[in-house]
Design a protein around this ligand. Sequence first.
Ligand code: G4P
Ligand code: NA
Ligand code: NA
Length: 197
Amino acid sequence: MDKLKLLEERIREDGLVLSGDVLKVNQFLNHQIDPDLMYALGQEFVRLYKEESITKILTVESSGIAPAIMTGLIMHVPVVFAKKQKSATLDGGLYTAKVYSYTKKVENTISVDEKFLNANDNVLIIDDFLANGQAVNGLLDICELAKAQVIGVGIAIEKSFQTGAELIKKRGVRLESLARISSFEGEKVHFAGDAEN
Ligand code: G4P
Ligand code: NA
Ligand code: NA
């Protein structure tokens, strides 16, 4: 099956629409993880960005790590995840960015150790969800601080009716989302490009 259809099918089968426009995908992405599906997503990101010479994958803990690591595995490049908590073992300099979560109504600081990102890097940012784009926006800020070049962003599930996709494109960054949700209707998920939309 087509990789994008594979993810859409899985969302239709195992995704649960919760109130507040939230899609629960604990069955294959956010709690239990389906490695075969994650690998298929990685293959698709690699196919989409095959013309580019990417040196590093960047994501944010925790749920971005699964699709990110599969992409890094296939590309044979390191995967760096931004940390949400200050760690006692983070010694040297850090690149940090503020990330406001509309869902949780809290501002978090995410950080990447300076030794894992630099001006020679061509970065592909990967994340599981794109909602309001605050996480990706923070990762873009971190790349700017590191003077790393951002090749693009790869998202597993985009909620196209929220503001994130527009925000990323406004920053002039290429965005590839494997499943694009145009709306929720009761328990039903509508994808961009569906005939019934
Ligand atoms: P944003 O980065 O796009 O602005 O997202 P937002 O602040 O709205 O979301 C906060 C967290 O909720 C993020 O995970 C994000 O991935 C996740 N999220 C947003 N919309 C949905 C949704 O419809 N379904 C699910 N399952 N998650 C959603 P996080 O807090 O960083 O947690 P994690 O990566 O450790 O899981
Ligand atoms: Na995430
Ligand atoms: Na999440």
